[in-house]
Design a protein around this ligand. Structure first.
Ligand code: SAM
Length: 385
C-alpha cells in the first residue's frame, strides 16, 4: 500500500475509530439505504455483472447513522466538509442523526439523475439528496472557480459558474452494462464535482462505504489521498486491484484549466469621476431603451469593474433618483426651482447631490448648497453611503 491510499476491508464503525481527530479534509459517504437493495439487481436487469455480498444497513437505521456520522465529525478538520448522499426513504433518519450530532448544514443539494425506475401509478423517483455539512458554520474549503471562470457563458448568455454553483445538479448515471460492479455506483462526474470544490491536491478524502471505490478512484486521479472502508470482501478484493494500478494525479494533466479574468480595477477605490460616468452612461443608455442587463455588462467593461461594484453604484442611483423625484414634485408647487423641471438638469442635480453628500459629513453645509431639509439629507446618506 502506498502513502496515497489507506483502504481497509472492515466495518467503517470500527475502522473510523482508529483515525485521529481533525485529520481528514473531506468525507463523502453514500451509505446503504436501509431498504432492501438486494432486489435492485432484479429491477435494473443487471444481475450478471453485479458483485454479490453487498452489505445492508442494520434495522436501527437512525442510531446506526448517528454512530458513523459522529465518527466522521470527530475526524474531519474544522475546514473540512462532510457530504452525505441519501435517498428520500431514509432522509428523515439521516437528518435526525445529523441534528443530534450538532453538525451545520451548509447546503442541501438535489442531484437529479436519468434512468429513474419506471413506475406506472406514482411519479418516477429521479433524485437523491446530498447533504453538505460542516463542524462549524463557515470556513470550509470551497474552490469557487475550480470548474468555471466568472466570464464563462453558455449560448443563452447565462453564467456557467452561476449554474454550476446552484444546488440542483443534473448529472447522468453511467450506463455501462458490461462492467463488473457492486450495486449503486455513483457517477464519477458527481464525485469529481464534489472533490474539486471541497478539497485541494494532497488532501485526504475519506469514504466510509466505498462500494465500487468510485470516491477513491476519482480522488487519486485528482491527486488527493484516498482513505476508506468496504465491508464486502468480494468488492474489496476486486476494486483493490484496480486502485493499485491507478496513476496518482493522472487526471490533473487533462483537467480543464480555468481562467479567472478579473476586472482590472477590482478592489481599487472608485473615483468620483467614474461614479458620475456610471450614473450618466446608465441613464443615457436606459433612456435609449437598451436592455438593462446589456447596459450593466457594457459598464463593467468600460469602467473595468466587477458586476457587484457596478450594481452597487446603480442601486445608489435608484435611491437618489427616487429622492430627487419626491423633492421635484414638492419643488414644482412650492418653489421656483426651475432647473428641476428639465430631465437633463434633474440628472445634473442628482450627480451634484451625490457628490456633495458623499464628500462631506457636514449636513449644514449640504443644506446650504442643496437647499435640502436635514431629514432628507440624513435619509439619502443612510441609503446611499
Ligand atoms: C451505496 S453503496 C456505495 C456505493 C459507492 N458510493 C459507489 O459509488 O460505488 C454502500 C456500500 O457500503 C458497504 N457497506 C455497508 N455497510 C458497511 C459498513 N458498516 N462498513 C463498510 N462498508 C459497508 C456496502 O457493502 C456497499 O458496498
Amino acid at each position: 500500500m502506498t502513502d496515497n491510499y489507506k483502504i481497509i476491508n472492515e466495518d467503517c464503525l470500527i475502522g473510523l475509530k482508529e483515525i485521529k481527530d481533525d485529520s481528514v479534509n473531506l468525507v463523502v459517504a453514500d451509505p446503504p439505504f436501509g431498504i432492501n437493495e438486494a432486489t435492485f439487481g432484479k429491477h435494473y436487469k443487471r444481475k450478471d455483472n453485479v458483485i454479490d455480498g453487498y452489505v445492508h444497513a442494520p434495522e436501527n437505521y437512525e442510531d446506526w447513522s448517528y454512530e458513523w456520522i459522529k465518527e466522521c465529525k470527530r475526524i474531519i478538520k474544522n475546514t473540512g466538509t462532510i457530504y452525505i448522499i441519501s435517498g428520500w426513504s431514509k432522509l428523515g433518519e439521516i437528518l435526525n442523526a445529523i441534528k443530534k450530532n450538532n453538525l451545520h448544514t451548509i447546503n442541501h443539494v438535489i442531484w437529479r439523475y436519468n434512468f429513474g425506475v419506471f413506475t406506472q401509478k406514482k411519479y418516477v423517483t429521479s433524485h437523491y439528496h446530498i447533504l453538505v455539512l460542516g463542524k462549524q458554520k463557515k470556513g470550509q474549503t470551497f474552490n469557487t472557480y475550480c470548474r468555471f471562470g466568472p466570464q464563462e457563458k453558455n449560448e443563452k448568455k447565462q453564467s456557467l459558474l452561476n449554474i454550476d454553483l446552484e444546488d440542483v445538479w443534473y448529472i447522468n448515471k453511467e450506463f455501462a452494462p458490461d462492467q463488473i460492479k457492486n450495486s449503486n455506483k455513483l457517477p464519477e462526474a458527481l464525485l469529481e464535482k464534489i472533490i474539486l470544490y471541497a478539497s485541494n491536491q494532497g488532501d485526504i478524502v475519506l469514504d466510509p462505504f466505498l462500494g465500487n471505490f468510485t470516491t477513491a478512484k476519482v480522488a487519486l486521479n485528482l491527486g488527493r489521498k484516498a482513505w476508506g472502508f468496504e465491508l464486502n470482501k468480494e468488492s474489496f478484493d476486486y476494486f483493490m486491484t484496480i486502485i493499485a494500478e491507478l496513476e496518482f494525479g493522472k487526471g490533473l494533466e487533462t483537467l480543464k484549466k480555468v481562467e479567472i479574468i478579473k476586472p482590472k480595477k477590482q478592489g481599487k477605490k472608485i473615483t468620483d469621476e467614474d461614479k458620475l460616468g456610471i450614473f450618466k452612461d446608465y441613464e443615457d443608455l436606459v433612456t435609449k431603451k437598451k436592455n438593462k442587463k446589456d447596459v450593466t455588462e457594457y459598464l463593467q467593461k468600460k469602467y473595468e469593474r466587477g458586476k457587484f461594484a457596478i450594481k452597487n453604484i446603480l442601486d445608489k442611483q435608484v435611491i437618489l433618483k427616487n429622492e430627487m423625484f419626491k423633492r421635484y414634485k414638492k419643488d414644482k408647487t412650492t418653489t421656483n426651482d426651475t432647473y428641476l423641471k428639465d430631465e437633463g438638469l434633474l440628472l445634473a442635480k442628482l450627480f451634484e447631490t451625490y457628490l456633495i453628500i458623499s464628500n462631506t459629513d457636514d449636513n449644514k453645509e449640504i443644506k446650504k448648497i442643496t437647499n435640502y431639509p436635514t431629514h432628507e439629507i440624513k435619509n439619502i446618506r443612510k441609503n446611499i453611503l
